[in-house]
Ligand binder design. Structure first.
Ligand code: ADP
Length: 160
């Protein structure tokens, strides 16, 4: 069975991520969306909150499961017995970092973990979690960027 992992911060999940998930789910028998715990960043949402928001956002896709990963991605991939990582590319600005990560994972895993890239749908090319947090922090409308349950969760964070 061909499986893949789609790792990311998803802080929070956006329509851009959901588009990548829907497309990758058609290419693989099983897709694991995994919230990565980045020790150098303080996220807006806890890992558990992010996992739950993603579960709600992808519940219409039967072959997707949602998990979290507090380890090096290659170790996590080995644990899951999965050799393919999916990442999204929006613009040239993503490319350097993504290439470096993909090559690092390839070296660390002795070529057992490979990365495939899906290019963003043009309508989401501008969209990032950072933009969503920024707009929401001013109380502005984010309904074009994230599902309703995610928007509600962000507004309640900024109200506190
Ligand atoms: P990370 O902090 O690991 O980069 P993100 O949650 O920002 O996590 O992104 C996870 C993956 O989704 C990355 O590969 C990123 O390039 C991709 N991605 C983010 N936003 C979009 C979008 N609008 N369209 C396509 N891919 C996207």
């Amino acid at each position: 069975m061909a499986s893949a992992i789609y790792p990311g911060s998803f802080d929070p999940i956006t329509f851009g991520h959901i588009d990548i998930i829907e497309r990758a789910a058609k290419m693989f028998d099983h897709l694991i969306v995994s919230v990565t715990v980045n020790r150098n960043k303080t996220p807006l949402f806890s890992t558990e909150e992010r996992v739950n928001m993603i579960k709600e956002a992808v519940k219409h896709i039967p072959n997707v499961t949602v998990d979290s990963c507090d380890d090096l991605l290659v170790n996590y991939a080995k644990e899951c017995k999965v050799g393919t990582v999916v990442r999204g590319l929006r613009a040239v600005t993503d490319f350097d970092y993504e290439l470096q990560m993909a090559q690092t994972n390839s070296i660390l895993s002795n070529d057992e973990v490979d990365t495939v890239f899906l290019t963003t749908d043009l309508k989401y090319a501008y969209l990032s979690s950072t933009t969503v947090r920024e707009v929401a922090s001013y109380g502005d409308d984010i309904s074009k960027f994230v599902p309703e349950h995610v928007a509600k969760a962000i507004y309640s964070k900024y109200k506190k």
